[in-house]
Design a protein around this ligand. Structure first.
Ligand code: ADP
Ligand code: MN
Ligand code: MN
Ligand code: MN
Length: 346
């Protein structure tokens, strides 16, 4: 017997400076007992996603990670794909290929990542953040919104709850959610998990946020500095550990990794998100983009060692530099290449 399932093929396009998610639905006849591991490649029109010229437009979508589809329900699935050229080489937009290599080269270190995804909600018109006054007005100044409760403090919770439930029912490892410092800004955390798992799950959780936002007529955006002036930006703090860091005495390895990160600050900033200079100003719990500083419990540092980690003498570090719109494949690859000593000297 065969059954029909809807497989939503999801991939990352070639837009610059910030790549965006795309997806399309494939109706598959799965013969009973057949494994999803055999999900077929598919093609797409690369000329419509900034990934090819019209005359040689086919790109290949290759399934690499699938999860249950929490919106359509069982047996339907969401399928994260890598993009390949017709000749079988990874497309230049395929940053997961870089992370695959970095993860393979560092697997003996047993690295884990946990990413805090901040984002801002907008009405469908996209002009002002959700429920901000139209025209020249602003909400009351920051100070009361972070982890707030009440309709006058937090905006958009109905979408945030639906998103959390959807992620959990799809099996994504969400660690928690919170309302952020700027009204209409929120955060969810993914991980800790292996590098590819964290980055895949983050992209899938982003896709679910956008998709469920359609139902609520709310759009989520990842701009690093959605509103200029005295309003917090949006980041993607990236927490990182190796087996050595997690073991007794691991703090020495954490400190050593912080020093390595100092030496490749510029390499990292290149892949930590477009427009990040507007966010990393030295204000609003950031370190300015031209400075590298790390410290214990310091939310004004580039890299923070959480207080509980310093006290326990083991754990993980938090790279606070990545912007909300950074590509987690590139961020995790850069950290592995630096901290695990596999950065290619060019
Ligand atoms: P804060 O807002 O104080 O920076 P959060 O609670 O929002 O902290 O996020 C902590 C993050 O640390 C989570 O994403 C979690 O997955 C991650 N994390 C916890 N332990 C580890 C670890 N050993 N290695 C890597 N990441 C970790
Ligand atoms: Mn957080
Ligand atoms: Mn936060
Ligand atoms: Mn953080």
């Amino acid at each position: 017997m065969s059954k029909q399932i809807l497989a939503e093929y999801i991939w990352i396009d070639g837009q610059t400076p910030t790549k965006k998610l795309r997806s399309k639905t494939r109706v598959l006849d799965l013969v009973d007992g057949a494994s999803h591991g055999q999900l077929p490649d598919w093609t797409s029109d690369g000329s419509s996603t900034a990934q090819a010229q019209t005359t040689q437009s086919d790109i290949i979508l290759r399934p690499v990670h699938y999860i249950p589809d929490p919106i359509r329900g069982q047996p339907h699935i969401l399928v994260m794909c890598e993009v390949f050229n017709a000749d079988g080489t990874p497309h230049k937009s395929n940053t997961r290929a870089r992370l695959r290599a970095a993860a393979e080269n560092s697997k003996d270190a047993e690295p884990w990542f946990g990413i805090e995804q901040e984002y801002t909600l907008y009405d469908r018109d996209g002009v002002r953040p959700l429920r901000w006054p139209t025209g020249a007005g602003f909400p009351a100044p920051q100070g009361r919104y972070y982890c707030g409760v009440g309709s006058d403090e937090v905006y958009g919770r109905e979408l945030i709850e639906a998103h959390l439930k959807a992620c959990l029912s799809a099996g994504l490892k969400i660690g928690g959610i919170n309302a952020e410092v700027m009204p209409a800004q929120w955060e969810f955390q993914v991980g800790p998990l292996s590098p590819l798992q964290t980055a895949d799950e983050l992209w899938l959780a982003r896709w679910l946020l956008y998709r469920i936002g359609e139902d609520y007529k709310i759009s989520a955006r990842l701009d690093p500095k959605p509103v200029g002036g005295d309003w917090n930006g949006a980041g993607a703090h990236t927490n990182f550990s190796t087996k050595q860091m997690r073991e007794d005495g691991g703090i020495a390895h954490i400190n050593a990794a912080c020093e390595k990160l100092r030496t490749s600050h510029d390499e990292h900033i290149k892949v930590y998100g477009a427009g990040n200079e507007e966010r990393l100003t030295g204000k609003h719990e950031t370190c300015d983009i031209h400075t590298f500083r790390w410290g214990v419990s310091d939310r004004g540092a580039s890299v923070r060692v959480p207080l509980h980690v310093a006290q326990a003498g083991k754990g993980y570090l938090e790279d606070r530099r990545p912007a909300a719109n950074a590509d987690p494949y590139e961020v995790c690859a850069a950290i592995l290449e630096t901290a695990c000593g596999i950065r290619k000297i060019e």
